[in-house]
Design a protein around this ligand. Structure first.
Ligand code: PRP
Length: 213
């Protein structure tokens, strides 16, 4: 909260555009956020809310530290980074899934040999295999994870799949879903107590729009 205004951290890029579209449908004037220039903080003129534009994992950092009362980020980042905050609303956009994928024609579960999995999401990957009682080596890759099985670095990958086009283009096939992903509204735990009415008003505005869809 700054003055009497709530502060929300938005994930820059596609989630930002979809968040803004939802806010607009809920009656918030988001003109300043739609024409941001290089500016990273924007006031909503007709509602006591300021929007901060940041990278997805930083949304969680800002909300956790209470510098932002609210945040919108993907369930993928929430699962990987964790943290203590309330996850209050599934916003229904930014839909994709985490999947385990391997080279086409590979029998991943048909061998007892130790397996290596590459992922941008090592914590999600470790938790997934731990849940199966399987001990695997997880190699953290920063991007273009599909390369790892092709180049022989890993037996499989755990990655985000949206259309499946990237996997297909690289001769990989998804063999198991790990989790469903979409954008979530998160709230700082102290803010939820201190500014309960303001935050509930904001949540109910968004909820009303989501229900109408
Ligand atoms: C993500 C993900 C896949 C791709 C999946 O990558 O890691 O590579 O999108 O989308 P699809 O199923 O529609 O093909 P991103 O674009 O974020 O790039 P990166 O791999 O370099 O991080």
């Amino acid at each position: 909260m700054s003055g009497n205004r709530l502060r929300i951290a938005l994930t820059k890029g596609r989630l930002q555009d979809q968040s803004v579209a939802l806010f607009e449908r809920a009656g918030l004037d988001c003109t300043p956020i739609q024409h941001p220039g290089r500016r990273l903080i924007h006031a909503v003129p007709n509602y006591p809310l300021d929007a901060v534009l940041s990278k997805a994992p930083d949304v969680i950092t800002y909300v956790q530290h209470g510098t932002c009362d609210l945040g919108i980020t993907g369930k993928d980042i929430i699962m990987e980074k964790g943290g203590s905050f309330y996850e209050v609303l599934d916003l229904g956009f930014g839909k994709c899934r985490f999947a385990l994928a391997v080279k086409e024609g590979t029998d991943f579960y048909g061998t007892y040999k130790h397996r290596r999995i590459a992922s941008k999401y090592p914590n999600v990957t470790k938790a997934f295999f731990a849940g199966k009682g399987m001990d695997v080596d997880v190699i953290k890759i920063e991007g273009s994870v599909e390369l790892a099985p092709i180049l022989g670095l890993a037996d499989g990958i755990v990655d985000i799949v949206e259309t499946g086009a990237t996997l297909k283009a690289n001769g990989l096939v998804p063999i198991e879903d790990v989790a469903q992903i979409s954008a979530r509204l998160i709230v700082n735990t102290a803010s939820m107590k201190l500014y309960k009415n303001e935050i509930l008003d904001f949540i109910s505005k968004l909820e009303a729009e989501l229900e109408e869809k």
